[in-house]
Design a protein around this ligand. Structure first.
Ligand code: TYM
Length: 346
């Protein structure tokens, strides 16, 4: 059987010069926010010409928390539209929906056999999301990081551009891939996280000790991509700040530092430069400018969103052709994996 395998299927690297492979994913769980944009998608867009990119709307992951059929369908469509409106070029990147490629679930099961229970118990996201209720949450929430490992390893990703909160999951992916390779021989590529210094951890506007999150019950804690300019400006005005009045980056002023960091990324400055520009000006002037900066960044995306929403067949075609490309690649990896493990084949 192995004699018929192609280079991709055998895992041997081609001599032809090629771009490094990138994979990243995002859950269709509603309320796409500024943290998702600054921590992930903005970087995907900025770097898309440097890599061979695969981006995935991870609908199977979204099932780990309760969903409805209509809600999930709407979220998948909206998220795909947001990703394209944000600047991902479907001609250059593969964009697809996870459940359209059954190999993700298959590899997840195989990887569960080399993942330790204790490793999953140590995942901080499980502890956060289960809220200590581990008797009643779905077991999918517990095994979620194995599916994430399968996503990455199936596409031979070398780099995974994500926010800080995903670092532990990428480290687990490396450990699982390493263990698999030790048991079955070199098969899977060990990925590295690509986490930028700026924007990797955008904090909630109402509480700088918590990250900005899609699942927050308080809509004032995040700027959603669909917020109108008025709402954005109001949310920034209401954002908590620390005591004092000067615009300074200071670890003892986490709320202000978070806002400065958002301002700095969107205006392509360093936080020190932002601090310099606001010497002698108070919180009021800073927040008013920050509101304008966010609105200016989001408005062109919203305009493209409206155009794409008017022609839904564009996104449908992007996802259909993305699934064909992703399935094709995944099939090759699974031929290699099944062969190494000794599954089926008769
Ligand atoms: P998700 O859907 O929660 O978030 C998508 C991306 O947004 C980043 N992010 C943030 N960055 C900065 N500040 C924040 N407050 C913030 N909140 C979210 C996340 O780090 C992420 O990059 N498990 C993943 C989805 C996933 C995945 C994958 C990612 C599934 N398979 C394979 C990479 C590779 C998740 O729930 O992301």
């Amino acid at each position: 059987m192995a004699t018929q395998l192609t280079t991709h299927q055998t895992g041997a690297d081609s001599a032809i010069e090629r771009l490094p492979r990138v994979f990243s994913g995002i859950q269709p769980s509603g309320n796409f926010h500024l943290g998702n944009y600054l921590g992930a998608i903005r970087n995907w867009v900025k770097q898309q010409d440097l890599y061979a990119n695969t981006f995935c709307i991870v609908d199977l992951h979204a099932l780990s928390l309760a969903t409805t059929r209509e809600g999930l369908q709407e979220n998948i469509r909206n998220l795909a539209t947001i990703i394209v409106a944000s600047g991902i070029d479907p001609e250059h990147c593969t964009l697809f929906v996870q459940s359209d490629v059954a190999e993700h679930s298959e590899l997840c099961w195989i990887l569960q056999s080399v993942t330790q229970f204790g490793e999953l118990r140590r995942m901080t996201q499980f502890k956060d999301k289960s809220g200590g209720q581990d008797e009643s949450v779905s077991s999918a929430l517990f095994t979620y990081p194995v599916l994430q490992a399968a996503d990455i390893l199936l596409h031979d990703a070398e780099l995974v551009p994500v926010g800080e909160d995903q670092k532990q999951h990428i480290e687990l992916t490396r450990d699982v891939a390493h263990r698999f390779n030790q048991r079955y021989g070199e098969t899977l590529v060990l990925p590295r996280p690509d986490i930028k210094e700026e924007g990797a951890r955008i904090m909630a506007l109402d509480d700088p000790t918590k990250k900005m999150s899609k699942s927050s019950p308080n809509p004032n804690s995040y700027v959603a991509l669909g917020d109108t300019p008025d709402i954005i400006r109001r949310k920034i005005k209401r954002a908590v700040t620390d005591s004092g009045s000067e615009i300074v980056v200071d670890p003892d002023k986490p709320a202000l530092s978070n806002l400065i960091s958002i301002y700095a990324i969107l205006t392509e400055q360093t936080p020190a430069e932002v601090q310099e520009a606001f010497v002698g000006k108070g919180y009021g002037a800073f927040k008013s400018d920050l509101g304008d900066v966010i609105v200016a960044a989001i408005e062109p995306i919203q305009r493209r969103l409206a155009e794409l929403d008017a022609s839904p067949e564009i996104i449908e075609e992007v996802l259909r052709s993305g699934a064909v490309k992703a399935r094709d690649y995944a099939r090759g990896t699974m031929i290699r994996v099944r062969d190494r493990v000794g599954l089926g084949g008769f």
